[in-house]
Design a protein around this ligand. Sequence first.
Ligand code: GLC
Ligand code: GLC
Length: 650
Amino acid sequence: MYEQVSHSLLNEIMTRLNPEIKQQELRHFYTRLGANFYSIYSLFHLLYGERRDFDEQAQCLVEIMARQYINRSEKLKRKDIEREKDHNWFLSQKWVGMALYADGFAGDLKGLTDKVHYFQELGINMIHVLPILQCPVGKSDGGYAVSDYRTVDKKFGSNEDLCALSDALKQQDILLTLDVVVNHTSDEHEWAKRARNGEKKYQDYYYVFDNRKVPDMFEKTLPEIFPENSPGNFTYDEEMKKWVMTVFNNYQWDLNYSNPAVFIEMLDIILFWANQGADIIRLDAVAFLWKKIGSASQNEREAHLILQLMKDCCQVTAPGVLFIAEAIVAPVEIIKYFGEDAINAKECEIAYNATFMALMWDAVATKNASLLYQGLRSLPDKLARATWLNYVRCHDDIGLGFDDADIRAVDYDPVNHRKFLIDYYTGRFSDSDARGFPFGQNHATGDVRISGSLASLVGLEVALASEDPARIENATRHILLLHSLILSFGGIPLLYYGDEIGTLNDIDFLNDANKAHDTRWTHRPNFNWKKAELRHQSGTIEQQLFNTIKKMICVRKETHAFADFNNRELIHVENPHLFVFSRFDHSRILGSIVVVVNFDAHPQHLDLNHSQIRSALGHGDIKDLISGTTPAMFNGELVIPAYHYYWLSV
Ligand code: GLC
Ligand code: GLC
């Protein structure tokens, strides 16, 4: 019945399509629309079926998809077809990413285009350029408060510069990831300005209220994202004389997705950037897309429906383009952004593995992998055609978002344990060389998150100041150990610019009134190219880090078992300092790899006759793939040096 309705609506839409669209060559578009329309219709109907203008909005949706299909270049269309044929292409181990600010890394987009050789030298072939769209000066949230979704901010250059970058990357087979900030706009966006001017149409793009009645109801259950800088979730706009929902900063107005016009606008923007050559679109703050009074307004079912609808529509116009979900939420919730109740990924093909990230930091601080093992073991398998983005650091804070039940399961008290971690990383714990800063401190709930560069968080800053070679060595080992994990765990590793040369905290931001209140700027550095040059000078830390990471990347790319096909097994070992897992080749033709990481300050032993390790490796001489040598054995056991890692194979 539903199917019939959708079918006849599609026919109607087709006959009503603008004649100038109908004249175009739309063969692939029609095929894909036909294949996806039932799903698109169902989702659109679930979300907006009650509305009187439902049919008109559906018409509008299809027109947008068609227009953007027409705008899509032949080159990109060919790529779409190629990727449709090889639809697991992004699960390959060959992809290695890096996230960066174009200005911090290279001044602007032109500068970035000139630095492509640096990525090639390291082996990076996926770049996430953090947001580059127009933002008001000072009220930009690092690019996440967009005032014009179709224009590159002039501080980065122009739209033409972006196209040039995209072409240069394509020529070298490097993927480009761009952000689309879907949850909110800047309060200086055209829509916000018109809302402020009293245009009802645009007030309906946001959550706008005459008085505090509804906001107060919401506040009862809404958490605060930036409690220090932007307490509360609503802001009074003096000009509009109304309250507007602002979950993040008070200048970031939340978009109202219960209005289909908002959905259609945002889809149009996503497809616009897909057409500018983005291979991957990072969808920001996706957990927040649907608000409900009486809830935390995160991870709502409708948020998932919106993403499914976005994906289905993108499948029609630009099927080669992938989505990354940025959902920094509870472990069991994150995985749902691949698509719930679906065999194949039906929302975002890629999601930030925030759980793994936070758990690694736990293991570093405690020198113990128990919670890391426990937390990962509790996670369900992801869908088949989906993959993680594994990262150590990104431009945001580290939130200790693992599960309380898991913390208890390894015999820690959740409150005390989190307090220990915060103290440890902010250097308040006497036995810690970490130099991070608190972020998002919430005095009511006691929550705190952590800012700081990888190198400073693992003690390199303190070690260098102490001039103690042993401490320096410990810090560099940690940097490598953490990279060895993201490069082998399963998923796309996403390095963070500067970590590959041990970039320390950068506290210059304290002199900038627009940034001083936000400690995340500690780890959003201006890349130091002089320091980077030291990667070519023997005996330097930069060289040790860069070369070893480069080696790991190279080995990863050659090792089939590192492709991501749910081909990982966590291995429980008695020794709590060790984290061990195997990666088997999914075709089972080639050998398996066993990854062993020692989080402790002392060498640890591992019995290679452990049944899971034996069955993964088989018999024969063990080799560490990174050093290419046979690791030390003692009394029949493998010895893993302090803060060291092995990628073992036979
Ligand atoms: C995302 C970004 C973060 C930003 C927030 C609000 O989480 O990663 O930097 O502050 O969205 O837009
Ligand atoms: C919260 C949000 C996440 C955002 C971050 C910024 O963790 O869930 O989306 O990136 O705050 O600090």
